[in-house]
Design a protein around this ligand. Structure first.
Ligand code: HAM
Length: 447
């Protein structure tokens, strides 16, 4: 083994071919759902300016205070770039920088890709993870909040996941939240000494996050704390009611959670989170989001309402695996071409090229025996193999063998796409004139 300094970094993981099938399912469903709702794909860079993330996500969030990866090159040791910890700030930047704000509104965008947060790794929490992220710009309609929630839930349902829980809250806006925060501080100040150190700090710099605290010693105070939903201004109250009306009409189930405040600072009004106990522990949040009408102006752009959500793909994959909904690993290809003899590489490559007209094809170019090639094909799980010796190559035919049944027949190269296109592949006939050979155990294809 090479030294540990050559192993992968802590908290990152390789997605191996066996697991990629589940990822493809998850990503494919994400794209389908996004497109079905009229969202278009955007791809933004993984590196973004530190200032964008600080001003976007919020200077007092855990993400900015502790988890940011700074990036510099040897040529520019002082550059202030970061690996993006989330997609929203970058998508907002891209929306304005590329003048999407001048196009028809709302602009509905989605992206899939890696994010980076330096947190303590554990099951479901990684330092590089992937998000399905959806953003809608240029409309303050509460209906769009309900739309992104319906997408998030619809996507998980399409994957077959059950048992996830949607929690919903409104955290007000600039009109009503400041007064609420004063009430919250007034409630917590006499109890300050009983809070843990982090909450004592939050009380002064980011009191809303007091509601988010998971520390046991802070829990008893929550129940008596004023609830933001009792202090919403009429506009926020009506928007929240509208979101609930739309979700009810769509048959989307949710739980109201007046303590749900989210970990990033840009939200206003609707916030939501989807969690699943199969993911386990503190990392059971599959995704979350909400409205962030103030983010554009915080970044120096024109005032633009927006809403969105993001989900962690690792956690969705994990939930699918735990619910036994992950598909089995597929074989690398449907057909393996097994040349039996020397000097058959050109012919085997040609057979493969022809057969690729209908199926995925791999060629065994090794010099090992046919028996060994058959064993390897069996282990790899190819449903079909095409065996060919020099005499068959000169006649431009192969012996097409169905691995599970062991049935085998001669097929002309040019007929392979058709023969393999039949559902389940070619149906070997027992008719002697069809050239069928008797079934042979794997490894004895040419007795
Ligand atoms: P977030 O709640 O910070 O929101 O992240 C969304 C999801 O990303 C989480 O629910 C979780 O599934 C996944 N996630 C976060 N951190 C990790 C990690 N260290 N390891 C694995 N998965 C993780 C956002 O990022 C917002 N930008 C969502 C949004 C979009 N709001 C509006 N638009």
């Amino acid at each position: 083994m090479p030294p540990s300094s050559l192993q992968s970094a802590r908290g990152v993981r390789d997605v191996l071919p066996a697991e990629r099938a589940t990822w493809e399912l998850v990503e494919g469903a994400a794209r389908r759902v996004a497109r079905a709702f009229g969202y278009q794909e955007i791809e933004t860079p993984i590196i973004e300016p530190l200032e964008l993330v600080e001003r976007g996500v919020g200077g007092d969030t855990d993400v900015v205070r502790k988890e940011i990866y700074l990036v510099h090159s040897r040529a520019e040791p002082d550059s202030r770039l970061v690996l993006r910890p989330e997609a929203t700030a970058g998508v907002v930047r891209a929306y304005f920088q590329n003048r999407l704000d001048a196009g028809p509104q709302p602009q509905r965008l989605y992206t899939l890709g890696p994010m980076f947060r330096h947190d303590r790794p554990q099951a479901g929490r990684y330092r590089q993870f992937h998000q399905f992220d959806v953003e809608a710009f240029g409309s303050g309609a509460a209906a769009l909040d309900a739309e992104v929630i319906e997408m998030a839930v619809g996507w998980l349902a399409e994957l077959g996941l059950t048992g996830f829980v949607l929690e919903l809250n409104s955290i007000g806006d600039d009109a009503c939240r400041p007064a609420y925060l004063e009430l919250l501080k007034a409630y917590y100040r006499p109890r300050k000494e009983q809070l843990d150190a982090e909450c004592q700090r939050r009380l002064e710099v980011n009191p809303l996050r007091l509601l988010d605290c998971k520390a046991p010693r802070c829990q008893p105070f929550k129940a008596g704390a004023p609830r933001i939903t009792d202090h919403l201004c009429p506009a926020c109250g009506e928007a929240f009611a509208e979101v609930r009306r739309l979700l009810d009409a769509a048959g989307v189930e949710y739980r109201l959670n007046p303590y749900l405040v989210r970990g990033l600072d840009y939200y206003s009004r609707t916030v939501f989170e989807v969690s699943h106990e199969a993911v386990g522990g503190a990392q059971n949040s599959l995704g979350g989001g909400g409205r962030y009408d103030g983010l554009a102006t915080a970044l120096g752009y024109p005032n633009t309402p927006a809403t969105g959500f993001a989900a962690g793909l690792e956690r969705v994959v994990l939930a699918l695996e735990r619910q036994r909904l992950a598909p089995p690993a597929p074989s690398p290809a449907e057909l393996a071409v097994l040349p039996d003899g020397e000097g058959l590489a050109v012919a085997a490559a040609r057979v493969a090229r022809i057969a690729r007209g209908s199926v995925r094809v791999a060629v065994d170019y090794s010099g090992r025996s046919l028996r060994a090639k058959m064993r390897a094909a069996h282990r790899a799980g190819y449903p079909w193999v095409a065996i060919m010796d020099p005499a068959e190559a000169s006649r431009e035919v192969v012996q097409l063998r169905h691995m599970a049944s062991g049935e085998q027949r001669e097929v002309a190269w040019r007929d392979l796409p058709l023969a393999l296109r039949t559902p389940g592949g070619p149906t070997p006939s027992r008719d002697a004139s069809g050239g069928v050979r008797p079934a042979m155990p794997t490894g004895e294809a040419r007795a």
